[in-house]
Design a protein around this ligand. Structure first.
Ligand code: ACO
Length: 324
């Protein structure tokens, strides 16, 4: 059987950093409030319209290719998760494909908001293990700063911009849990919750881009239950447990949600990768950004069992277990 093996990771962040104190200069908020409720200390914000989602995505993809020891010519699939595409169409993935000089295979965007990377990795995995494609770039890239209401302190302090990417390749596996590669993936959605976290514009409904609106308490209330649901599904499908996990790389929305989920799953804090403090919530980019951070600093190594999970607008949620 085929497995989708991670060959490399990469990420990209806008140069501009905005601290909580800088936000507090123009908004009725404080560093203390933001840190205590969310764990966020700073976020990267893209400058002007030069640093678009595709620009960040291309930089992350190039870094992932370099870390895999591959070139763009080796890639025959790009799946890009984003809720903040450069344009309504064509897909931002095709702009990245063009930037990288790739003219073969397929490239498309996938929209599952903060669960986007988990969805994209799961979809790309299926396309790889079916034999349809050989090597994929799976990217999460966002410029959420474009869809924030910068006068709304209940939302604008939470998000940031960035991109992360992985390269996966079809390799033969033994179908055992000691194989390298994606071992299992579980995706869920429930549209009854669509109005708890949404953008109030779009091409068909309003003809505008719109701004992010969120009932923060409602999101919080559902997050831990949904996260544990898909992780327990991953354990049931593989026979693995929290004791087997080397690294937990959750979606980085809020440190309180991450801590509560890890505690419920009995994953000790020293196995949890946290980047929400320095990146804020970068939606679909948050998991590959966190993954790349922990690969680069030497924590995550070849053979490690890594648990990814996310929950976001829709609601959507999902988990992926991958042996690096
Ligand atoms: N600075 C100062 N005060 C604030 C701020 C702020 N930035 N934002 C809200 N407040 C005030 C509120 O107005 C309220 O004041 P009041 O009591 O006078 O009415 C008070 O703080 C408490 O507000 P709550 O909304 O009750 O605060 P809560 O403890 O619920 O924290 C938060 C808010 C951080 C948004 C929390 O609900 C949360 O993290 N929810 C999950 C959100 C999330 O993670 N979303 C993303 C997940 S999905 C995705 O990634 C797209």
């Amino acid at each position: 059987m085929l497995r989708s093996v991670v060959l490399g990771t990469g990420s990209a962040l806008p140069a501009k950093i905005v601290t909580n104190a800088e936000l507090a200069a123009t908004l009725d908020t404080s560093d203390e409030w933001i840190v205590q409720r969310t764990g966020i200390k700073q976020r990267h914000i893209s400058s002007g319209f030069e640093e678009t989602t595709s620009v960040l995505a291309t930089r992350a993809a190039e870094a992932a290719l370099a870390s895999a020891g591959l070139t763009a010519a080796d890639i025959d699939l790009i799946v890009l998760a984003t809720a903040t595409p450069d344009y309504t169409f064509p897909a931002t993935a095709t702009q990245v494909q063009y930037n990288l000089g790739i003219t073969r295979g397929a490239a498309f965007d996938l929209q599952a908001v903060c669960s986007g990377f988990v969805y994209a990795l799961s979809v790309a995995d299926k396309m790889i293990v079916s034999g349809m494609h050989k090597r994929a770039l799976v990217i999460g890239a966002e410029t959420f700063s474009r869809i924030l209401d910068w006068t709304d302190r209940t939302t604008c302090v939470l998000f940031g911009d960035g991109a992360g990417a992985v390269v996966i390749e079809a390799q033969s596996g033994t179908h055992s849990m000691s194989d390298r590669g994606v071992l299992t993936a579980h995706l869920r959605s429930d549209g009854r919750h669509r109005e708890k976290l949404y953008v109030d514009g779009g091409p068909s409904a309003t003809g505008t881009v719109g701004l992010l609106r969120m009932q923060g308490k409602e999101v919080f209330k559902h997050a831990v239950g949904m996260i544990t649901d898909v992780i327990e599904a991953a354990y049931a499908a593989t026979g693995l447990t929290s004791a087997d996990i080397d690294w937990f790389v959750p979606h980085q929305a809020n440190k309180r949600i991450i801590d509560a989920s890890a505690e419920k799953l009995k994953i000790p804090p020293e196995k949890v990768v946290i980047t929400v403090d320095i990146h804020g919530n970068t939606s679909a980019a948050s998991i590959p950004l966190a993954l790349d951070t922990a690969v680069k600093d030497g924590r995550i190594r070849k053979g490690h069992l890594v648990l990814l999970e996310a929950m976001g607008g829709g609601f959507t949620w999902g988990s992926v277990l991958v042996r690096m």
